[in-house]
Design a protein around this ligand. Structure first.
Ligand code: HEC
Ligand code: HEC
Length: 403
């Protein structure tokens, strides 16, 4: 009896020790304010870093399996952020306190319910300022090496300083941003948790950029029906969708030459001659940042992942539907280039003469590229206390009384 009791006490002691270890690993002193686990698709390392994990990592290189083949590797992603940085970035992304008048957040234009775009041809900034370009999706930005339609930025940290400080987007300033965040005690505590090495100091700009980058890097969409098919599950696509995939990859349609799987972009700038909507002046695209007239009218090849969610299409939203976008390529090389423009169109832009059926199949195929299974949690509240204003479509219907 006595022995058993002793053993019981010993087991209880060991269990308590193990449990407290688990607890302390996550929260050394106080209850944590931020997540200490990685989001789905990531594995936590010994160094508290979230490392990307996906099936494409089993394929070695672009060359070994043929460029754009089904079993092709992805570029190396941005990863290795602490779980706390990711979670903090998520709150910042949805917090309108990042704009001058506290009215818009990153999520206002990159709405998770609209494929991280905003459903509009061109976006609207603070005070109703109208932009000239449409908001691209943020799914899989972790894999991109240049940003914006004209590829003018080379990192996510650099990119976000565009919208944050542009007077027609979020219109804040570096000093306003630091001032409002440092004045918020919850944010101060959270930054200390996310950046433990920099204890004691106030919030720094690079910490804001790192956190938002960390969050953006977790928007991974690699489990669409297309991906399941690519990894070997033949039933994931219907016959019509497979037909669409074959047209997409064919040297007749040539879509995959630029929208190369598995990212569905080769990350290059291409001049394809998409027209502006009625009355909108010609957009010189990549000519501007490169100061190179041979790039006039060039835009970065956009990914087609979750493309079904982000209508309207193209840099200024001139194509309403996926069918319109696909049809553009069939109407003849340079058919919509303004008369006074002499653009150096990409050599893969020609006249594939696809039938109506073939265009429909392309649309069927593009619709298989949807996967939102790693949708991040949309915060109900953010540390500023400001309204998040991102409403799930079904809730919106309810609010408007349509259901
Ligand atoms: C007013 C609307 C608006 C807001 C607010 C906004 N964006 Fe954007 N975003 C855009 C538009 C429009 C573009 C494309 C602009 C261009 O190409 O010139 C863009 C481009 C991007 C890109 C490049 C994607 C790619 O594939 O090249 C990223 C990343 C991005 N935004 C992240 C953010 C983050 C992070 C925030 C918050 C700090 C933010 N955006 C706030 C409208 C917005
Ligand atoms: C020469 C390279 C190239 C080829 C070939 C090509 N595309 Fe594109 N695609 C682009 C570029 C560049 C854009 C952005 C153009 C713009 O906005 O002005 C684009 C835009 C799109 C968009 C809109 C994406 C968005 O987010 O708005 C769709 C859809 C699309 N392409 C589908 C196709 C299909 C289908 C084919 C084959 C029939 C194809 N593309 C062939 C380069 C190419």
């Amino acid at each position: 009896m006595k022995r058993n009791k002793k053993r019981g006490t010993l087991i209880l002691f060991i269990l308590t020790a193990i449990c407290s270890l688990c607890f302390f690993k996550c929260a050394p002193k106080t209850e944590p304010l931020l997540a200490c686990d990685c989001p789905p698709g990531f594995q936590l390392s010994e160094e508290n870093a979230c490392e990307a994990r996906n099936l494409y990592q089993q394929y070695n290189s672009l060359q070994q399996s043929g460029v754009g083949g089904l079993k092709t590797a992805l570029p190396i992603p941005r990863d290795g952020f602490f779980p706390q940085q990711i979670d903090l970035g998520r709150l910042l992304f949805f917090d309108p306190i990042l704009s001058k008048d506290s009215t818009i957040s990153c999520a206002s234009c990159h709405n998770p319910y609209k494929g991280f775009a905003d459903g509009m041809a061109v976006t609207i900034g603070v005070g109703g300022a109208i932009q000239t370009r449409s908001a691209p999706t943020l799914w899989n930005v972790a894999y991109l090496n240049s940003f914006f339609w004209d590829g003018r930025s080379q990192s996510l940290e650099d990119q976000m300083q565009g919208p944050l400080f542009s007077p027609i987007e979020m219109a804040t300033t570096r000093s306003q941003l630091l001032q409002v965040l440092n004045a918020n005690t919850t944010y101060r505590k959270m930054f200390l948790e996310a950046f433990p090495e920099q204890r004691g100091d106030s919030i720094q700009l690079n910490q804001i950029y790192t956190s938002i980058t960390a969050f953006e890097s977790t928007l991974i969409s690699l489990n669409s029906r297309y991906d399941q098919y690519a990894h070997g599950y033949a039933e994931a696509l219907t016959e019509q969708e497979i037909e669409g995939l074959n047209i997409f990859r064919s040297f007749v349609a040539r879509c995959a030459e630029c929208h190369t799987p598995p990212l569905f972009t080769n990350q290059q700038i291409a001049i394809i001659g998409v027209p502006e909507p009625e009355g909108v002046p010609f957009d010189r695209g990549a000519e501007i940042p490169n100061n190179d007239s041979t790039m006039r009218g060039g835009f970065k090849v956009p990914t087609l992942r979750n493309i079904a969610k982000t209508a309207p299409y193209m840099h200024s939203g001139s194509k309403e539907t996926l069918r319109d976008a696909a049809e553009f390529y069939n109407l003849g090389r340079g058919h919509a280039v303004p008369k006074d423009e002499n653009l150096i169109l990409h050599w893969h832009i020609w006249e594939p003469n696809l039938t109506d059926d073939e265009l429909d199949r392309l649309v069927d195929f593009m619709n298989t590229l949807t996967d939102e299974s790693f949708m991040p949690k949309i915060p109900k509240e953010v540390p500023s206390g400001l309204p998040v204003n991102i409403i799930a479509p079904e809730m919106k219907h309810k609010q408007e009384g349509t259901i």
